[in-house]
Write a protein that binds this ligand. Sequence first.
Ligand SMILES: C[S@@+](CC[C@H](N)C(=O)[O-])C[C@H]1O[C@@H](n2cnc3c(N)ncnc32)[C@H](O)[C@@H]1O
Length: 292
Amino acid sequence: MGVTNGLGVSDPFGGAGWRRSCIGAQTMEGVGLAACSEMRPKVSRRTDRQMPASVPRRLSAHLAPMRMRINKLLDTAAIPGNGGELRFYQRGEEYSIEVVGIAGELMSTAIHGSEDALAEIAIGRLPSPADARVLVGGLGMGFTLAAALKCVGEKGKVVVAELVPEVVKWNQGPMGDRAGAPLRDPRAQVVVSDVLELIRKERAAYDAILLDTDNGPEGLTQASNDRLYSHRGLRSAYDALRPRGVLAVWSTDAHAPFTKKLGMAGFRVQEEKVHAHGAKGTRHHLWFATRP
Ligand SMILES: C[S@@+](CC[C@H](N)C(=O)[O-])C[C@H]1O[C@@H](n2cnc3c(N)ncnc32)[C@H](O)[C@@H]1O
């Protein structure tokens, strides 16, 4: 189990609105537990960056009708070693996970286009996707895992590392059906762990490593995840990949220094912008770094 120290790390965006900062985001002091049902506007963390927290920049047509639905708090989870808390909500047929003290959502079952694309594009670049061995970090709502399982063949294998045990439990319940219950697939293996620990253990073991742990390499608020995207972390990923293997990284935005860092670690780098949901609107940034 990884140890994190996200508390007390300041918001790198100066409070300019929710970014996808996952579990390491700063937890505001004095924020009490919400009532089990709340009436408040909901905004995906993946669609509202760089805007005042109270004014949604954009809501997709898909999300807009959900704004005034009642949110039912289903469960909470302590973030290991961090002091923060995740909250798991149901809103109609959709589910969301939030970080206490951060406006907006960590992840919603309503939006997963770029999470799917992370796996589809990376595995589509492999010389032999049918029997590929893939590592995903982290599980979230299981969409990247589900997409990876669709892309590999019967002989493929997808290991997913998830830091928060309750996130695994939530995926084993009705929420998991939203992504097609990928944890029930015999080719999937879930490990409750920091993905970096798994990466460091292996040499030339994976055909693809798909990282979706945070806001992206420039938006990290969790110090321990910073190690993943450091030169050492990238070199560990390089070593854990087989030749022609692909490291794929999800981000809200492009970040030129990270592209350079991938090159310095020895990768051949390509970047793509993909839609967060459907064929228009917000786009996210993906890196596909190939080990020569
Ligand atoms: C945005 S969600 C991932 C979304 C996922 N791609 C999907 O399709 O639903 C980020 C997940 O990564 C997990 N996480 C964060 N840091 C991690 C780490 N170092 N190792 C493993 N999991 C981590 C979080 O607990 C959270 O479940």
